[in-house]
Design a protein around this ligand. Structure first.
Ligand SMILES: [Zn+2]
Length: 207
Protein backbone atom coordinates (compact mmCIF):
# COMPACT_ATOMS: atom_id res chain seq x y z
CA UNK A 1 0.00 0.00 0.00
CA UNK A 2 1.04 3.62 -0.48
CA UNK A 3 1.59 5.42 2.79
CA UNK A 4 0.31 8.91 3.36
CA UNK A 5 3.12 10.64 5.18
CA UNK A 6 2.17 14.11 6.37
CA UNK A 7 4.42 16.96 5.32
CA UNK A 8 5.64 17.97 8.72
CA UNK A 9 8.74 17.76 10.83
CA UNK A 10 8.15 14.19 11.80
CA UNK A 11 8.16 10.96 9.89
CA UNK A 12 5.78 9.12 12.17
CA UNK A 13 3.27 6.91 10.42
CA UNK A 14 -0.03 5.71 11.83
CA UNK A 15 -0.41 2.14 10.66
CA UNK A 16 -3.06 -0.35 11.73
CA UNK A 17 -1.47 -3.68 10.93
CA UNK A 18 -3.72 -6.59 9.97
CA UNK A 19 -5.42 -8.35 7.11
CA UNK A 20 -8.63 -6.30 7.31
CA UNK A 21 -6.87 -3.11 8.31
CA UNK A 22 -3.89 -1.43 6.61
CA UNK A 23 -2.23 -4.71 5.62
CA UNK A 24 1.39 -5.29 6.50
CA UNK A 25 4.22 -2.81 6.70
CA UNK A 26 6.16 -3.79 3.61
CA UNK A 27 9.66 -2.79 2.59
CA UNK A 28 8.19 -0.19 0.16
CA UNK A 29 6.38 1.40 3.11
CA UNK A 30 9.60 1.50 5.06
CA UNK A 31 11.44 3.13 2.13
CA UNK A 32 8.81 5.89 1.93
CA UNK A 33 9.01 6.46 5.65
CA UNK A 34 12.81 6.54 5.68
CA UNK A 35 12.78 8.96 2.75
CA UNK A 36 10.58 11.24 4.85
CA UNK A 37 12.85 10.77 7.88
CA UNK A 38 15.81 11.85 5.73
CA UNK A 39 13.87 14.99 4.71
CA UNK A 40 13.11 15.78 8.34
CA UNK A 41 16.75 15.22 9.27
CA UNK A 42 17.91 17.46 6.41
CA UNK A 43 15.53 20.18 7.64
CA UNK A 44 16.94 19.98 11.17
CA UNK A 45 20.61 19.46 10.36
CA UNK A 46 21.31 20.25 6.70
CA UNK A 47 25.08 19.77 6.80
CA UNK A 48 25.31 16.82 9.13
CA UNK A 49 25.81 13.19 8.14
CA UNK A 50 23.20 11.00 9.77
CA UNK A 51 23.59 7.44 10.98
CA UNK A 52 20.45 5.41 10.34
CA UNK A 53 20.30 2.11 12.21
CA UNK A 54 18.00 -0.79 11.49
CA UNK A 55 17.12 -4.22 12.73
CA UNK A 56 18.72 -6.95 10.69
CA UNK A 57 15.35 -8.12 9.34
CA UNK A 58 15.00 -9.77 5.90
CA UNK A 59 12.60 -7.00 4.75
CA UNK A 60 15.32 -4.42 5.50
CA UNK A 61 17.77 -6.32 3.30
CA UNK A 62 15.48 -6.40 0.29
CA UNK A 63 17.19 -5.23 -2.88
CA UNK A 64 15.91 -2.71 -5.40
CA UNK A 65 13.93 -4.28 -8.28
CA UNK A 66 16.77 -3.58 -10.75
CA UNK A 67 19.54 -4.69 -8.38
CA UNK A 68 22.21 -7.14 -9.47
CA UNK A 69 21.27 -10.69 -8.64
CA UNK A 70 22.91 -13.91 -9.77
CA UNK A 71 19.82 -15.92 -8.87
CA UNK A 72 18.00 -17.89 -11.52
CA UNK A 73 19.92 -16.50 -14.46
CA UNK A 74 20.02 -18.64 -17.60
CA UNK A 75 23.39 -19.72 -18.99
CA UNK A 76 22.62 -18.64 -22.55
CA UNK A 77 20.44 -15.93 -24.07
CA UNK A 78 16.82 -16.89 -24.59
CA UNK A 79 13.75 -15.17 -26.03
CA UNK A 80 11.79 -15.83 -22.86
CA UNK A 81 14.37 -14.30 -20.54
CA UNK A 82 14.56 -10.52 -20.71
CA UNK A 83 14.44 -9.78 -16.98
CA UNK A 84 13.88 -11.46 -13.63
CA UNK A 85 10.28 -12.63 -13.27
CA UNK A 86 8.04 -9.68 -12.42
CA UNK A 87 10.98 -7.29 -12.27
CA UNK A 88 12.62 -4.74 -14.53
CA UNK A 89 15.99 -5.36 -16.17
CA UNK A 90 19.03 -5.40 -13.96
CA UNK A 91 21.04 -2.20 -14.01
CA UNK A 92 24.34 -1.89 -15.85
CA UNK A 93 27.33 -2.75 -13.76
CA UNK A 94 31.08 -2.20 -13.63
CA UNK A 95 33.97 -4.59 -13.14
CA UNK A 96 37.70 -4.25 -13.02
CA UNK A 97 39.81 -5.52 -15.91
CA UNK A 98 43.51 -4.90 -15.25
CA UNK A 99 43.68 -1.26 -14.16
CA UNK A 100 40.48 -0.30 -15.93
CA UNK A 101 36.90 -0.12 -14.74
CA UNK A 102 34.64 -1.49 -17.46
CA UNK A 103 30.92 -0.81 -17.69
CA UNK A 104 28.98 -3.90 -18.61
CA UNK A 105 25.49 -4.08 -20.03
CA UNK A 106 23.83 -7.35 -19.11
CA UNK A 107 21.34 -7.29 -22.00
CA UNK A 108 21.69 -7.06 -25.75
CA UNK A 109 20.63 -3.70 -27.17
CA UNK A 110 16.96 -3.23 -28.04
CA UNK A 111 17.86 -2.89 -31.72
CA UNK A 112 19.88 -6.11 -31.81
CA UNK A 113 18.94 -7.95 -35.06
CA UNK A 114 18.28 -11.38 -33.52
CA UNK A 115 18.16 -11.00 -29.72
CA UNK A 116 16.70 -7.54 -29.00
CA UNK A 117 16.77 -6.76 -25.29
CA UNK A 118 17.54 -10.35 -24.28
CA UNK A 119 19.66 -11.08 -21.24
CA UNK A 120 23.10 -12.05 -22.57
CA UNK A 121 23.26 -15.18 -20.47
CA UNK A 122 25.81 -15.97 -17.79
CA UNK A 123 28.32 -17.46 -20.23
CA UNK A 124 28.67 -14.25 -22.27
CA UNK A 125 28.63 -12.07 -19.15
CA UNK A 126 31.52 -14.14 -17.75
CA UNK A 127 33.35 -14.21 -21.09
CA UNK A 128 33.17 -10.41 -21.30
CA UNK A 129 34.93 -10.32 -17.94
CA UNK A 130 37.71 -12.52 -19.28
CA UNK A 131 36.90 -15.21 -16.73
CA UNK A 132 35.52 -18.00 -18.89
CA UNK A 133 37.67 -21.11 -18.40
CA UNK A 134 38.78 -23.26 -21.32
CA UNK A 135 37.14 -26.32 -19.81
CA UNK A 136 33.77 -24.49 -19.80
CA UNK A 137 31.30 -24.32 -16.93
CA UNK A 138 27.94 -25.79 -16.10
CA UNK A 139 25.18 -23.32 -15.28
CA UNK A 140 25.13 -24.50 -11.67
CA UNK A 141 26.42 -27.30 -9.45
CA UNK A 142 23.61 -29.64 -8.48
CA UNK A 143 21.31 -27.89 -6.04
CA UNK A 144 23.84 -25.00 -5.87
CA UNK A 145 25.73 -27.21 -3.42
CA UNK A 146 29.17 -26.17 -4.63
CA UNK A 147 32.32 -27.59 -3.11
CA UNK A 148 33.33 -25.45 -0.12
CA UNK A 149 35.60 -22.50 -0.94
CA UNK A 150 35.26 -23.07 -4.69
CA UNK A 151 34.58 -19.79 -6.45
CA UNK A 152 34.59 -20.86 -10.10
CA UNK A 153 32.99 -24.29 -10.18
CA UNK A 154 29.88 -23.13 -12.05
CA UNK A 155 28.44 -20.01 -13.71
CA UNK A 156 26.17 -19.18 -10.78
CA UNK A 157 28.93 -19.43 -8.17
CA UNK A 158 31.36 -17.44 -10.28
CA UNK A 159 28.91 -14.56 -10.82
CA UNK A 160 27.67 -14.76 -7.24
CA UNK A 161 31.26 -14.16 -6.05
CA UNK A 162 32.01 -11.25 -8.40
CA UNK A 163 32.81 -8.07 -6.44
CA UNK A 164 30.01 -6.02 -8.04
CA UNK A 165 27.42 -8.72 -7.26
CA UNK A 166 28.78 -9.11 -3.70
CA UNK A 167 28.74 -5.32 -3.18
CA UNK A 168 25.09 -4.99 -4.15
CA UNK A 169 23.47 -3.10 -1.26
CA UNK A 170 19.91 -3.34 -0.06
CA UNK A 171 17.41 -0.81 -1.39
CA UNK A 172 17.30 0.80 2.05
CA UNK A 173 21.06 1.26 2.20
CA UNK A 174 21.10 2.61 -1.36
CA UNK A 175 18.46 5.21 -0.49
CA UNK A 176 20.32 6.38 2.61
CA UNK A 177 23.82 6.45 1.11
CA UNK A 178 22.43 8.25 -1.98
CA UNK A 179 21.58 11.11 0.38
CA UNK A 180 25.09 11.06 1.82
CA UNK A 181 24.16 9.41 5.11
CA UNK A 182 25.31 6.19 6.72
CA UNK A 183 23.17 3.08 7.00
CA UNK A 184 23.98 0.27 9.40
CA UNK A 185 22.23 -2.86 10.61
CA UNK A 186 22.30 -4.27 14.12
CA UNK A 187 23.95 -7.65 14.37
CA UNK A 188 21.48 -10.49 13.98
CA UNK A 189 19.97 -11.91 17.17
CA UNK A 190 21.33 -9.13 19.38
CA UNK A 191 18.19 -7.25 20.23
CA UNK A 192 19.76 -5.89 23.42
CA UNK A 193 21.86 -3.54 21.27
CA UNK A 194 18.76 -2.04 19.71
CA UNK A 195 17.49 1.12 21.44
CA UNK A 196 13.95 0.35 20.23
CA UNK A 197 13.86 -2.42 22.87
CA UNK A 198 14.06 0.29 25.56
CA UNK A 199 11.17 2.05 23.86
CA UNK A 200 9.05 -1.11 23.77
CA UNK A 201 9.89 -1.72 27.41
CA UNK A 202 8.84 1.80 28.40
CA UNK A 203 5.63 1.55 26.32
CA UNK A 204 4.72 -1.77 27.99
CA UNK A 205 5.39 -0.22 31.40
CA UNK A 206 3.03 2.70 30.67
CA UNK A 207 0.21 0.87 28.97
ZN1 LIG B 1 29.25 -24.49 -8.23
Amino acid sequence: MKLMVKKSRNARVMFRAGKNRDGWFASEDLLLQVDEAINVFKGCAPFVTGLFLFNNAPSHQKRAPDALSAHKLPKGPHATWRQHKGGPRMRNTTFKLGDQMITQELYFPDDHPTMPGWFKGMEIVIQERGLWPERGLNAQCEGFKCVAKKTNCCCHRLLFMQPDFVAQKSHLEELITLHGHICAFYPKYHCELNFIEQYWGAAKFHY
